[in-house]
Design a protein around this ligand. Structure first.
Ligand SMILES: N[C@@H](CCC(=O)N[C@@H](CS)C(=O)NCC(=O)O)C(=O)O
Length: 202
């Protein structure tokens, strides 16, 4: 399987952490994005131009990150990172959506303030994204008891979202006033799948 990724992408990190937790990472060959023109997309393998994408043996290209993770989860019986049915499953996927949405707000806010041509960024849009990030962090803090001690696609997404916050917004201390989430992250981020994939400063 061929994964298009970037070492700083929180979505690609989610896929790699998932592959490692499932014991599948050694079946994956990785290749980097084409960042020569960010405004035509950085991954020519998909029409959206985004990464990650995963090309499977048949040549089919899968995206986006949650689709790739769920596909990989179905390749092995050893661990189930998408457990549950009915409302339990929907609650876990909602938690995943919360973490992924926070990641999206971080990514867009950073893109708006660093990659847009001069004068084309939007301070009001960035302020709106900051509200999303803060509300998401507060919600996660309030719900730690729901996911503490679990390893599933929601906790992997939360770990990668917080790691990305540290990478791009370290000057905004999300740990302040959020002791439960801080303690949870400290433990979760010490898993080998997380320590192996810490993004480089870039
Ligand atoms: N919903 C997508 C989001 C993917 C995404 O936004 N990836 C970023 C990198 S972290 C990207 O490729 N951005 C380039 C662009 O938007 O042109 C997923 O979960 O895979």
């Amino acid at each position: 399987m061929k994964l298009c990724h970037s070492p700083t992408s929180p979505y690609a990190r989610k896929v790699i952490v998932t592959a490692k937790e499932l014991g599948l990472f050694d079946q994956i060959e990785t290749f980097g994005a084409d960042v020569s023109n960010r405004f035509v997309g950085i991954n020519p393998a998909t029409p959206l131009g985004k990464l990650p994408s995963l090309e499977v043996e048949s040549g089919v290209v899968l995206f986006d990150s949650i689709v790739i993770c769920e596909y990989m989860n179905g390749l092995t019986d050893s661990v189930d990172l998408f457990p549950g049915t009915g409302l339990d499953y929907a609650k876990m996927m909602t938690l995943h959506a919360l973490a992924n949405g926070m990641t999206e707000a971080c990514f867009q806010r950073r893109f708006d303030s660093t990659a847009m041509p001069d004068g084309e960024g939007s301070p009001s849009w960035c302020a709106r994204l900051k509200v999303s990030m803060e509300n998401s962090l507060n919600e996660l803090e309030a719900r730690v008891s729901e996911f503490d001690g679990k390893l599933d696609i929601a906790t992997i997404a939360i770990g990668c979202a917080l790691g990305y916050h540290d990478l791009r917004f370290s000057f905004e201390n999300w740990r302040e006033g959020r002791p439960q989430l801080t303690a949870w992250y400290e433990e979760f981020s010490s898993r080998p799948s997380m320590t192996d994939t810490v993004p480089p400063e870039a």
